[in-house]
Design a protein around this ligand. Sequence first.
Ligand code: ZN
Length: 174
Amino acid sequence: MKTDWNAKDLDLHRFTQQGGELTANTPLAALARVLDVCLDHALVGQRQCQWVLRGELRSMGGIDQAWMHLSAHLNVRQTCQRCLEPMDMAVQVDSWFRLVADEATALAEDDDCEEDLLAMAPDFDALALLEDEILLALPLVPRHDACHAPLSAALEDDLPHPFAALAGLKLPKQ
Ligand SMILES: [Zn+2]
């Protein structure tokens, strides 16, 4: 069954019952909290985040459990914390969520299970979940695998030449 799901106003009960699938390309300009942690907003805002949200029911001991899977990939631009140059970085999201009756149940069960829990909602904002998961997937300290050469070259230029120090010891003979 083909249904047009609204990412910002999703009925999670229906979405999981019907095995819903929501596929979208969202410009980063529409993911404000992600754009906030990026450099070059005008440029990066035009990049697309490709993402898919799927709902499903699993029978666990005769009881149906509702689950959702979120996958996404995008490219962000942040400052490398080693060389302080901009760096483009691919980010992947691949997360499972089990749906529970309400926020209270999610809080109560959260410590006892490994999976992430979400409360059932008739008007769920999947874009907010997408933003949360992208922010969680970003490295705490973004760094190039190998920083560019110019930094080390610049550093070496600033170091005193070894012979310059010796030269200071040679006092002119009077
Ligand atoms: Zn770097």
